[in-house]
Design a protein around this ligand. Structure first.
Ligand SMILES: [Zn+2]
Length: 64
């Protein structure tokens, strides 16, 4: 399960929320894309915001 503490600068693209957080392990700023759709559960971490935004835009829910 990804660490979701320290979320800020949250934005929403479709069902996907993008939040910036700081990784406790590496100390780097990471951009997490998390699908808020029930039963989808997709989430991924990206090193930069544009990558997370692209992933959010191209994400297709398995559940509709
Ligand atoms: Zn989804």
């Amino acid at each position: 399960m990804p660490a979701r503490d320290f979320f800020h600068s949250v934005e929403r693209i479709g069902p996907v929320q993008i939040g910036t957080h700081r990784s406790r392990r590496s100390g780097e700023t990471r951009h997490a894309a998390v699908c808020t759709s029930e039963r989808c559960g997709w989430s991924a971490d990206y090193a930069n915001r544009s990558a997370a935004q692209l992933a959010a835009r191209t994400h297709r829910c398995r559940v509709r």
